[in-house]
Design a protein around this ligand. Sequence first.
Ligand SMILES: [Fe+2]
Length: 482
Amino acid sequence: MAVKFANTPGFFAPMRFEAQVDDCIVEGELPAGLRGTFYRSCADRRFPPLYPHDTPYNSDGAVDLFRFYDGNVDFRSRYVKTPRYLAERAAHKPLFGLYRNRFTSDPAVRNLSHNTANTTPIVHGGMLFSMKEESLPTRLDPYTLETIGEWDFGGTLKSTSFTAHPKQDPLTGELIAFAYEAKGDCTDDLAVFVFDQDAQLTNEIWFKSPVVSMMHDMAITASHVILPTTGMVTSMQRLQNGELHWAYDPAQPAYVAIVPRKGTASDVRWFKGTPDQAMLVHTTNAWSEGNKVIMEAPVAGDNFHPYFLRVDGTKSNPSSYYPTMRRWTFDLDSDKDSWEEEILFGGIKVTSFSRIDDRFLTQPFRYSYMLMNDPSLPINRDFADTLAVRVSNAWFRFDHHTGAIEKFSAGETHGMSEPQFVPRHKGAPEGDGYLLGVVNDFREQRSELVIVDATDLAAGAIAKVKLPFRLHMQVHGWWVAD
Ligand SMILES: [Fe+2]
């Protein structure tokens, strides 16, 4: 049966395409010191969803790379050949049902891995992975992007899931990770994992969560792990009823686990916030000061996953609330289970896509970089609906010392992906480097990778790596220096 997709315009249509472009056309001057590889994990359905109300989070994973060397850039793009991808390719039709609900999949594949590997690429211990939070990491060849397979760290990983946002400690080289629903669908088991720089497991801490909730991201300090819940809830009953995995519970308070990296389950402290602190998707950074653990992150008081309904079946109204950048301070000397909150940058409306100069993870820091929606920047009116409502059109640099904000817009018809910070050279001070990321030109239906001086966003792009086609929508990226 021929494949038919519902009519989806432009960049929101599936790409269904693997590509290789060597010696890409470059406009402007590539910085001479820029040597390394930018990986991006993308979501791109190979077959139409079995259920029209499924979420794009359930799309097949694809990984792209841009390799910078000797003034050249090579591009390559490959689907992640998950068991799910291979089963559907063999059947020539979709078999997997709603997002994280096996009961809605074809019985023939119900017990097969539902891993889409579509969220974050990471490189650790010389290995490249593409991650999806309800599954194990999928290992790929870092040069060809061909899929090697799901990876359980040489048999040491006992969880059924693994976060898409592990953190690499820049000072120790360790990889800190966690798993939720760690013993299968809807289980209240959490696990924190510590791996050394060679990806050998050195500590694991298993404990219970007060609620089974989406836990998408984490933060680390030199001594602690911070794990926030997000107000999204699930149950086996929901799954058996044939629903999407998550619903948003507006009454659910925020819970945060603080876990010593070298501790055991008995050292875990749970803190309890309010429902208007619950929607935390990505963290910015965290550090320890004495016995205080301090984290900064964009946080909202209501659901900003538009595809998931509230528990009462109603839709959220994202125009009525927005994330703000907040600083949370957890005092481990206090017996209280609450924390202090400070709203940063005057409560400006932000998004959840927050990044920093990753060399300053675990440490006090000055700059963060964010993908933003800014209707005050020039927008071509023919594309206004798309650019203002459906995609992000700017990168912001936030100065956490002075409160200053700098902006970069790639153009009046351009949508942008999360920025990646790359240091100018190995010993460069914090923030001295480049922002790079893929930009989509909605007028030309073509993508390019732009490079901006991170100390002068207003100056515009230094260089653009032009591709002769459009790319799939990115989730997250990762830079590896040569
Ligand atoms: Fe994410």
